[in-house]
Structure formats: C-alpha cells, structure tokens
Design a protein around this ligand. Structure first.
Ligand code: PLP
Length: 396
C-alpha cells in the first residue's frame, strides 16, 4: 500500500483535523481527570427508550425503513412540533427522520447550498455547523451575535448579506453561549429573511433546557416563517442518547421531500430499531419528564457557574442548553498559565484535571475566543460536584 503521503486528498478533506475538543478529551483521560469539554452527556437513557430498543431488536425491526423514517415516528414528531413548537406543519410528509440532527443538517445544507452561495452563521458558532456548511462549497459569512446578554442586531446581518446569500442558520438555545432567541429577535430576523429571500435552518436540539423563565420560540411558528424555515431537533440531548444517532427536521413538503431523498442517498435511513424505540419517548414519557430535566440541569448550571465565578471567571449565565462560555480575564490578571485560551485549557488539565474547550473553537478568527473556555454541565451530579471541588482546590 502506498504511504499515506502519496495520497492526493480532495480539497474538502485536506483541512479536516481532529477537533480541539477531541484532543483535550485525550489529554484529560491521560491524567485521569473529568471531561467538562465535550458536549456528551453521561446521564442515563430513560427506561422506556431502552426497553423500546430491546423490544425492537427482539421483534427483528432490522431492515431499511422508509428513507425519511417510519410513519408512526414521523406522525409523533409532527404532533410534538405542532404542540410544543407551534410549527404549522400538517402532514408526516413534512418530517424527515435522519442520522442525528447533524445528519439532517447535512441533508438540508446539501439540498440548498452549493459553490457561489453564501450562508450567514452567528458567532460564537457550533463548529459542526460551520464545517458542514463549508463542505457544500458555499461561503460562510460569520456575524457576531454574542451570548445571553447580547441582542440580535439586524444591521450587522444586513451588512454581511450579499446577492448570493441564500441561507441563515439559527441555533436556539445556543451552543456554546447559552443564548435563547426571543420572539422579538426572531421576528426581526424573519423580516430580514423576507426582504432578502433567505431560508433559515434552525437547530433547536436544546429546546427543553431553559433557565430563569426563558421561553423556547421556534422561528417556524411565527406567521409566514414556516414557508422558509427548516426546523431541526432530535433525541440525543433530550433523552441522553447521543450515540443512537437519531434526529429530525420539519420543513414544507417540497423541501422535506428533497431532504428525504438526500437522506436516502447519503444514509439510506436512520437506524431502524432505534426509530421504533424513539416512539416510546412520545408514548410513554409525560410532561413531568421535561420539568425534571429542566430542574436537574438548572441545579447543575448553578453549581458550575457559581464555582467558576468563585475561582475568578466571568460567567454570563446561560439561558438555555448545557454549557457555560466563561471569560477567564480576571484569573489571568492574577495567575500564570492563562496567557490565552489554549494555555488556560492546558492549565486546567494540569492543575485541576479538568477538560474544557478553547474559545477559539467557536470563532472564525481564533483571537475572538482567546479569553474564553467552554464548560459542559451535562454530567452526573456527583461527577460535577467532584469537578467543581477540583476547580476550587486548584484555583480557589
Ligand atoms: C448545537 C448542536 N446541534 C447538534 C448537535 C448534535 O446533535 P445530534 O446528536 O442530534 O446530531 C450538537 C451536539 O453537541 C449541538 O451542540
């Protein structure tokens, strides 16, 4: 076999590299520490989903499904989107079940974008969004949005829009900042989308993780928005099944059909037995489940944010999702090892055995994230408590 240096990789593959997140995960494992970096939650999968998966495998639900998902699941998702998200979809034909919400994001991006098109992405962004959008050949225009304390500025978007702009990506509640878009902000965004004829892809994967009275509003629920919006969500975060790779999108039928065909081409279908298992999430879990989820994360959020503040971070309180994007400037003023985000990340691994994610991972210009680290609080409470003890022990 030819040495790997002889391979001539496609341009799209050349820039791929192990993300900072994976690298720090490896580092913290080496020192036997706790990983607050990667957004994997280690909480248990609800029993009805586990039982459903076992049942589906025992029942031999093992062959390909319809490329857009089994009908009962698409119907259940439709009903959930109507009730919780107030999205005015009317038929399972408008629902695509895919390989995680990421898989559906890929089908949406591949169905809409190509070289020459432009797509607006807000910063700080979720890296997969940016990298997948780039894979389509489209040009990504990053627009600063900020975190929980910042308000969407239509003029900043307006300045980034050219005649080639086609798509805008919204993530609410947002990873990494914890910002939750308000109805007013979404309404201003819709106005802009209508004037520039843009389609929105909204990633709402953290739609149930909300704090301090924040409300989740789906862009597609606003009058006139559904016709130009793809709403994405999934099972990974709400039901602690990140490895199941099951997510979905809701969009007007012609768009959903195109995404379904793209899903067929790229993946054929989402894992069939797990589609049956996911039905249990709708059939067997009541609203109490979401209330409990919210309360559990609210407790973890306070624990982590107060610990970070106590040791010298500035922590804009996340309104949603399960991350804190914290600024270590005050700590840097009093200690060595915090020259920039990479140094700070390494210092936390060495001195507290805690993994975080460098701020640069969320910005086009790495300098914009040089004072920030992201921490994930989707951890079992005893593990999070231990992590907080380690942080206080090292820096308190
Ligand atoms: C904003 C956002 N979207 C999507 C995902 C991945 O979702 P899925 O597992 O459904 O592909 C993540 C995971 O970290 C995320 O933070």
């Amino acid at each position: 076999m030819a040495p790997s240096s002889h391979f001539s990789f496609a341009t799209r593959a050349q820039s791929l590299e192990q993300s900072d997140i994976r690298a720090v995960t490896q580092r913290v494992e080496e020192v036997g520490g706790i990983n607050l970096g990667q957004g994997i939650c280690d909480l248990p999968t609800p029993e009805p989903l586990r039982a459903g998966a076992q049942r589906a495998i025992a029942d031999d639900e093992s062959i390909y499904s319809h490329y857009a998902g089994i009908e009962p699941l698409r119907r259940a998702i439709l009903e959930k989107e109507q009730a919780y998200n107030e999205v005015p979809a009317t038929s399972p034909e408008e629902v695509v079940v895919g390989v995680g919400s990421t898989g559906v994001f890929v089908t949406a991006a591949m169905s809409l974008l190509e070289a020459g098109d432009e797509v607006v992405l807000f910063e700080p962004f979720y890296g997969y969004h940016r990298n997948i959008l780039e894979l389509t050949g489209a040009t990504v225009r990053s627009v600063p949005l900020g975190g929980p304390g910042s308000t969407f500025d239509p003029e900043a978007v307006e300045a980034a829009i050219t005649d080639d702009a086609k798509v805008i990506v919204v993530n609410t509640p947002a990873n990494p900042s914890g910002k939750v878009w308000t109805r007013e902000e979404l309404s201003d965004l819709l106005d802009l989308m209508e004037r520039h004829d843009l389609v929105a892809i909204t990633d709402e994967i953290y739609e149930y993780m909300l704090y301090d009275g924040a409300q989740h509003v789906s862009l597609a629920s606003l009058p006139g928005a559904y016709d130009r919006t793809i709403t994405l969500s999934g099972f990974s975060k709400t039901y602690n099944v990140t490895g199941w790779r099951l997510g979905y999108g809701v969009a007007p039928a012609p768009l959903a059909e195109r995404m379904g065909l793209m899903n067929d081409l790229l993946y054929i279908c989402a894992p069939r037995p797990l589609q049956h298992a996911a039905l249990a999430a709708f059939e067997d879990l009541s609203d109490d489940y979401f209330e409990q989820l919210r309360d559990d994360y609210a407790e973890r959020r306070v624990l982590l944010c107060e610990t970070l503040e106590a040791i010298g971070f500035e922590v804009p309180r996340p309104e949603g999702a399960y991350y804190a994007l914290a600024d270590f400037s005050p700590l840097a003023a009093t200690r060595d090892g915090f020259a920039d985000d990479a140094a700070a990340c390494e210092t936390l691994v060495q001195e507290a055995k805690i993994a975080s994610v460098t701020g640069r991972s969320f910005y086009e210009d790495p300098a914009d994230g040089r004072r920030q680290l992201r921490f994930c609080f989707a951890k079992e409470l005893p593990v999070l408590r231990q992590a907080c003890d380690q942080l206080r022990g090292a820096f308190g």
